[in-house]
Design a protein around this ligand. Sequence first.
Ligand SMILES: Cc1ncc(COP(=O)(O)O)c(C=O)c1O
Length: 423
Amino acid sequence: MKASQPHTLHLSSRVESVQVSPTVATAARATLLRTMGRDILDFSVGEPDQGTPERIKRAAAEAMDHGETRYVPSLGIPALRKAVADRYLTDDGVRFDPTEVAVTLGGKQAYALACEAVLNEGDEVVIPTPYWPTFSEAARILGAVPVFAPLDGAKGFAFDPDLIMKKVRRKTRLLVINSPSNPTGAVVSEKALVEIARQLKAKAPDAFLLYDDTYSRMRFVENHPRMLARTREILGDQMMFAGTASKTYCMTGWRIGWLLAPRAVINGVSALISHQTQCAASFAQFGAVEALTGPQDYVAEIVAEYRLRRDIVVAELNEIAGVTCRVPAGAFYAFPDIRKLLNKAVPDALTFAARLLDEQGVAVVAGEGFGCPGFMRISFARSQDELRRGLAAIRRFVGSLHYDAHEGERGLPIIRKRAKARA
Ligand SMILES: Cc1ncc(COP(=O)(O)O)c(C=O)c1O
């Protein structure tokens, strides 16, 4: 019998148009190298290094013991929807009824569902850049069009209303603000946010503003206390919030997030969830109730630790010739500018990150993944010891680049020789 011909599989154009998240791809490569026996320091994934607090785990285990192992309502258990609504009222003075809350599989699904609920093919989604890659890809999957609004690196990628609103027009259906920002750590000011809301209302009356506050508790500066309430007063039903238990409570694997939106959107989301995932895991939701309603001292402790780590990372990066790094005001990422290090041998941040991983076993994500070539993202949600070792390795690597650069044209053969030696 003849061997069958290889058959070309035809995939959907949607799937063909979307790429795996660069952070996930880098982490996967780091894991692969680790399984091959390499000692890898992974600063690629945005995930706290601490475990989930015991009391949260206990609450989920107790829920399971009490038989909470079955389907629950699509929009989430009432106790969690209420705990989320209460949280926004106490933290931000923003009032949502629990019926305007949908519990989702992490913040990622909260954003994806919001897009599915309000976007049609061809609709434009304005995304300030650098940006978290899911903001563009989840929109693209739906046939919507991401429109990037580049922020100014010289001003610390501040949320400048002029730069953002330049990209908003009548076709805009969604504007995304993520503060503190992944990857830059920039925090939006009250003045900027209110201005953005005013202009959005005037320029694109049908558009929604989606405020992603995934890192809202991981801030090293205070938000203006009435900032979000004032913005919502301007936008009314056209403001949505996407959030998550993942980072604040070290619950990345639990997959619990939330969307707060007007009831019409939440009803649509309910229908979508009912066909896609049915509901978020029941016992995980009980854990999240404990996370949100139990003692919060733990959060202050980890933020204090992140501040120490941030200061170590930023100071050490700025010590490296050719690297400049601003101090992030929130989240747990440093986003240094490495453009001065680029040369013929290392023409872009992608090559820099790939070589750093291969040669020094340090995983970082190249800025290209966030729409910002010439930068790289380092997660400092890692122990101080790992960070110190990682930064020493980065310094060694940069030293070797200076050597390559010095070698000029001969830099490339050096890289090839090294790659051959490693193979
Ligand atoms: C800006 C932003 N939004 C949302 C998320 C979603 O997190 P999760 O789906 O783990 O809750 C992340 C995770 O990295 C993020 O950085």
